[in-house]
Design a binder for this molecule. Structure first.
Ligand SMILES: O=C(O)CCC(=O)C(=O)O
Ligand SMILES: [Fe+2]
Length: 312
């Protein structure tokens, strides 16, 4: 395994193979934190029909407009999580990305990847197990609220749409030259929906209308974003927004990511209820595993990822 950035960054200037080309590096431009990405109080969705409808509308609007929103009063308990490496259990600790060997330029981050559902594969069962169960139920709750807004039946995303759940920890050490490199380059997430604990250090940015906007770090809130699969299933109604992680020279940043994924063999296609003569399907059916191969091959080219599946 390549050495983690965390173990060598201190006495170094930025190595050549972390310098992004001018068109993709963050540069010196200041990206303001946006107050427009909605922060939704999920507690309100349980106190009566009107509040619930209102929450559904807020989430749906955010998922359509930004592909991103934050939720608080989400029911996930606050706790300090402690993760470690266990090669026997499919838990992996690596630097940059799983594709290190094929990268021309590396990301300024270390990463821990951890299977978190089904639970019999889990280590640290008490801490990671509880966290995973709680975040899973939050994800399914958000999915149900979105289903309600889209006109899909509750539970639409049961079974094979959601049964692979991954937990990743990103660690971005302080960086000697944040303007030249990235923690993660521009991408959309390949999965159905992502639930991210951003912590208190700024760094997540969303690409909206040709501009980068910062996502406000709110330690007690979860950031939620729509993945490619949800864009397809919603027949283009929801957007899988492009985003990236920038670094900074002062503070290390650690984020905890939960990816909710379909199983590899699950057929993904626009939901029948969202397709009719006026709204023909925008995408052909494919298996999730097939998409993942395309996603890996196009190396973060967000246009190219869905291209083979688009119908004219
Ligand atoms: O660490 C972050 O802020 C973003 C992480 C992310 O986008 C990802 O892991 O896909
Ligand atoms: Fe992402």
């Amino acid at each position: 395994m390549e050495t983690l950035v965390s173990s060598w960054f201190k006495d170094q200037s930025l190595p050549e193979n972390y310098v992004f080309p001018p068109e993709t590096r963050p540069g010196e431009a200041i990206v303001p934190v946006s107050k427009n990405i909605p922060i939704i109080d999920l507690g309100k969705s349980v106190v009566g029909h009107d509040h619930r409808n209102n929450t559904v509308q807020q989430i749906l609007n955010a998922a359509q407009k930004f592909g991103f929103f934050q939720v608080n009063n989400h029911g996930v308990s606050e706790r300090q999580n402690d993760y470690s490496k266990d090669p026997r259990k499919g838990c992996s600790l690596y630097t940059s990305s799983y594709n290190y060997d094929n990268e021309e330029i590396h990301f300024w981050r270390d990463n821990l990847r951890h299977p978190s559902h089904p639970l019999d594969e889990v280590i640290h069962r008490d801490v990671v197990g509880t966290y995973s169960v709680e975040v899973r139920s939050l994800s399914l709750r958000i999915l149900d609220l979105i289903c309600e807004g889209l006109g899909l039946q509750p539970g639409y995303f049961g079974d094979e749409f959601t049964n692979v759940q991954l937990l990743l920890v990103n660690h971005y050490p302080p960086c000697p030259n944040p303007s030249l490199t990235l923690g993660l380059s521009k991408h959309s997430d390949p999965n159905l929906i992502t639930i991210l604990l951003q912590g208190e250090v700024n760094g997540l940015q969303v690409f909206k209308d040709g501009q980068w906007i910062g996502v406000e770090p709110l330690p007690s809130a979860f950031v939620d974003n729509i993945g490619y699969q949800f864009q397809v299933i919603s027949n283009g109604k929801l957007r899988s927004a492009e985003h990236r992680a920038v670094t900074n020279s002062r503070n290390a940043r650690t984020t905890i990511v939960t990816f909710i994924n379909p199983s590899f063999s699950r057929i993904i296609e626009p939901a029948k209820a969202l397709v009719n003569e006026c709204k023909p399907p925008l995408y052909r059916a494919f298996r999730y595993g097939e998409f993942l191969n395309t996603y890996k091959a196009v190396k973060g080219d967000t246009e190219a990822a869905l291209k083979p599946y688009k119908l004219d």
